[in-house]
Design a protein around this ligand. Structure first.
Ligand code: UFG
Length: 334
């Protein structure tokens, strides 16, 4: 299949692009490099540095059969202070992409949605039919796109799947085409921040909240390895019929607290994480755990890689990168 991967210079986009190439697909990556890295685009992909909103004049020339759409602004906290950038980039950009796909007869899309569409729920694990209550503009933009996909599928015969990720971690090492992992310029995620703290380049890990109504007082999240996530994308590319839009959670189905993640980091690295306990971070729900039954039923998908493997792969990726010069000339990987 000839697949367009938007955002293929980012963390998850580059892993999925690399996996698609490893499976023998032809991959075209578009990415505006606003947060991605050109050297993260897998060597086997054709790369165009451009925004999805600018695709229309060229999409018809590329003979694309399906789109995997990652390109988005994705920082929950930033979205609360810059909602215009999130609505314009994520929603307006995606509508432009969908209209270009219609104009050029591209009939299949797999969309990178998020557990942030659910917000705080009373019942765990969260099923896809739970009421959407996004607690940030970021989550609201992902929900808006999910709603648009339902309408586009019904009216225009699009085959669409929205994959709602829970907490993605880990890295993907290919045998011959590189190592792909998480390297955000502004890092907000727990595992890379904890690894940076262990490596001595990020100060202490700020632990946001120890007074949650959870067994150890810290937030519980559902962590999923990026390799398992990529496998779900491959499956979604051949699932569903024209006119159908499926919304599918991608999570392990069980939760780990922040302290349990820090224990896994200590086990993998052999070093206790220096921690500074602090107040809660705005907008963090106490518990977010996915029901992954629908992913099993619809995609035949079952995650296999555990939290220790996620941390171990992220640690190896970090150490692998440490040998390379940083793009800004510094050697700080925090
Ligand atoms: N945390 C810390 N210190 C840090 C970073 C995180 O204590 O330095 C805590 C957070 O407060 C939270 C947990 O670790 O309790 C996980 O936080 P992450 O930032 O790693 O992940 P989130 O659960 O906040 O966010 C993830 C995705 C988002 C998505 C969201 C859905 O990264 O894209 O799940 O709720 F929107």
């Amino acid at each position: 299949m000839r697949v367009l991967v938007t955002g293929g210079a980012g963390y998850i986009g580059s892993v999925v692009a690399a996996r698609l190439i490893a499976d023998g697909h032809e991959v075209v990556v578009v990415d505006d490099l606003s947060t991605g890295h050109a050297d993260a685009v897998p060597p086997g992909a054709v790369f165009h540095e451009m925004s999805v909103a600018a695709l229309d004049p060229v999409l018809g020339d590329w003979d694309i059969e399906a789109v995997v759409h990652f390109a988005a602004k994705s920082l929950v906290g930033e979205s609360t202070t810059l909602p215009s950038a999130y609505w314009r980039n994520n929603v307006v950009g995606t509508i432009a992409l969908l209209d270009s796909m219609r104009a050029h007869g591209v009939g299949r899309i797999v969309f990178s949605s998020s557990a942030a569409t659910y917000g705080q729920q009373g019942d765990e694990p969260i099923r896809e039919d739970a009421p959407a209550r996004p607690s940030s503009p970021y989550g609201a933009t992902k929900l808006a796109i999910d709603l648009a996909l339902t309408d586009y599928a019904r009216a225009y015969g699009l085959a669409a799947t929205s994959l709602r990720y829970f907490n993605v971690a880990g890295a993907f090492e290919t045998s011959d085409a590189g190592f792909y992992g998480e390297r955000h310029d502004t890092e907000t995620h727990l595992i890379p921040n904890a690894l940076a703290a262990v490596a001595g380049s990020g100060g202490s890990l700020k632990l946001f909240g120890t007074d949650y109504p959870t067994p150890d007082g810290t937030c519980v999240r559902d962590y999923i390895h990026v390799i398992d996530l990529a496998d779900a994308h491959v499956r979604a590319l051949s699932a569903g019929e024209p006119g159908e839009h499926h919304v599918v959670n991608l999570g392990s189905g069980s939760g780990s607290s922040v302290r349990e993640v820090l224990d896994a980091v200590e086990r993998v690295t052999g070093t206790p994480v220096p921690v500074e306990e602090g107040p809660r971070r705005a907008g963090d729900p106490p518990v977010l755990v996915a029901s992954n039954q629908k992913a099993a039923d619809l995609l035949g998908w079952h995650p296999v890689l555990d939290l220790t493997t996620m941390v171990d792969d992220a640690w190896r990726f970090r150490n692998d990168r440490a040998g390379e010069p940083a793009e800004d000339g510094s050697d700080d990987l925090s």
